[in-house]
Design a protein around this ligand. Structure first.
Ligand code: GLU
Length: 515
């Protein structure tokens, strides 16, 4: 089916904030869709109303918008297969459950929760390893396969609660080809008779997912490895509904592991290990205590969306070359499912920071200046766009996050009141103080337009020489006297931005304080 239009979907459930693993799944779907000129669909899978979390859908939407994943069809944008929320599609599923019953692939089950408990206990007592409602146990339960036909009719007529279950064959090999894992073969005895329709008339994930993927003409199902165990059941559903010929191709993405590789990266790991596992900050409530909770987000922590995208793309995929920096457009061109790995990918918080530094440095001074200006504004400090650009220009090699500009560049706006003690202990002495004093005197006044870094450096070299010293003996003391800090960007660029009047004043203040 090579000429089939490529239609992929990201199908999150609005049960909480979208984990970055989900963002990666959405990203891979998007990359494949764009690469192959296909369509990217978002479907909200909200059939489990007990797990519905208010705000989760908006959060999913905002997360995807922030990272730059564009949707061609979605609940918000609409499309030829609307509605795109399963709760709004509820009436569409019933007929397929009925069809399965009619064709002998599904059945009504009237067992009460107590009866199901009794079955489980009985199986546990008999040391059955994995007690399930399946091709063996269903024979002892109250369902339309075991009860006489007129009793079934009577139960249905009297509105007795029931579920519809899939009738999984006892001895059959279910096989399908996964684009990442190759042939997957599962014996049907390992599959239980999954509920397809719940007693409230809502379909379960399994039925709704298959019906929608079929009706929406999905060509590829790209999703996390946690769905691999469900895939054989899905294959059976396609077959029994008569849709096997147009069944989508499956690709189950590798798991994301904790940084130390000891198990799956979970929603709670972020807070525990000190890095975000969500694209955006999430304000929720603790399920047990009801207290408000706050989970960190990449956006609020100062990550750029291009850095997160580049990082996530490499969690399970690589281009087969040494190139690491990819824009979204470059990812689209380079991406292929063939190069997605089967083995789990370890999360590496240093790597995402590395990507962030790269993308931050790649921005122009004009693009970065607003970050500093906003922080200055919050602190009531006035600054021109031009000066902010000069500062971020010299600082950008030294920062990892936009908010660092203010932290690292404070001394441009506030004269130091303390001085790095180590440098003072090692480098400060009366001769050095004398050179700095002479330098303060030699600096041209502020209005001198040619007082650029080069000029300031030349005056410094001359002054040092006149005093019979070497630049290396004085440079660090000069920095500490002017900024308070032991390290920073190019010293004479820094002094030029400060302005000669300010520098002279700071040097004299330092000499007075340090003697
Ligand atoms: N609703 C499922 C989820 O929350 C979708 C799984 C799938 O893509 O089939 O991940």
């Amino acid at each position: 089916m090579t000429d089939r239009p490529v239609r992929v979907r990201f199908a999150p459930s609005p049960t909480g904030p979208l984990h970055i693993g989900g963002v990666r799944t959405a990203l891979y779907n998007y990359l494949l869709a764009r690469k192959l000129g296909g369509t990217m669909i978002l479907r909200i899978e909200d059939t489990d109303q007990n797990r519905f979390v208010p705000g989760a859908e908006d959060y999913i939407r905002e997360s995807l918008e922030w990272v730059g994943i564009e949707l061609d069809e979605s609940p918000w944008k609409g499309g030829p297969h609307a509605p795109y929320r399963q709760s709004e599609r509820k009436p569409m599923y019933r007929e397929y459950a009925d069809q399965l019953i009619r064709d002998g692939y599904a059945y009504y089950a009237f067992d009460t929760p107590e009866e199901l408990d009794v079955m489980r206990e009985r199986l546990q007592a008999a040391k059955v390893p994995n007690p399930q409602y399946n091709s063996i146990t269903r024979a002892q339960m109250r369902n339309s396969l075991t009860l006489p036909e007129d009793e079934v009719k009577a139960l249905l007529a009297s509105d007795t609660p029931y579920v519809i279950r899939l009738k999984v064959p006892r001895k059959e090999e279910v096989r399908f080809q996964d684009m990442i894992r190759g042939w997957v073969v599962v014996h049907s005895s390992a599959i239980d008779d999954k509920v397809l329709m719940k007693s409230d008339g809502m379909p379960t994930y399994h039925l709704a997912n298959i019906v929608d993927d079929h009706l929406m003409d999905i060509s590829h199902v790209i999703r996390g490895e946690e769905w691999l165990p469900s895939a054989p059941l899905h294959v059976l559903l396609y077959r029994y509904l008569g849709w096997e010929k147009t069944m989508p191709q499956f690709a189950h993405l590798p798991l994301l592991l904790k940084p130390d590789g000891t198990g799956k990266l979970s929603k709670r790991d972020g807070d525990r290990l000190g890095f975000p596992v969500f694209a955006l900050e999430w304000r929720g409530t603790d399920a047990e205590t009801g207290e408000p909770t706050l989970s960190k987000g990449y956006r609020e922590e100062g990550y750029l969306p291009e850095a997160l995208v580049n990082f996530l793309a490499f969690l399970g995929w690589n281009p087969g070359t040494a190139q690491e920096i990819f824009s979204m457009q470059e990812l689209i061109e380079a991406f292929s499912i063939d190069r997605v790995s089967k083995s789990p990918a370890k999360f590496d918080q240093n790597k995402v920071k590395w990507f962030n530094e790269h993308y931050l440095r790649a921005k122009s001074d004009a693009e970065l200046a607003p970050y500093l200006l906003t922080a200055l504004n919050e602190h009531g400090i006035a600054c021109t766009q031009e000066k902010a650009e000069q500062i971020v220009g010299v600082m950008k090699e030294r920062v990892s996050f936009p908010q660092d500009f203010w932290q690292e560049a404070k001394y441009f706006f506030e004269a130091p009141t303390t001085y790095d003690e180590q440098v003072v202990a090692k480098k400060w002495n009366p001769q050095v103080a004398a050179v700095l004093s002479a330098y303060a005197d030699a600096l041209p006044d502020n209005s001198e337009p040619s007082a650029n870094a080069e000029v300031l450096k030349a005056i410094f070299t001359q002054t040092v020489e006149d005093q019979g010293m070497k630049p290396g003996q004085v440079l660090q003391a000069l920095r500490v006297a002017a900024t308070g800090a032991a390290a920073g960007p190019d010293l004479f660029e820094t002094l030029a931005i400060l302005g000669t009047g300010e520098v002279a004043q700071r040097l004299r203040a330092a000499i007075e304080r340090l003697g």
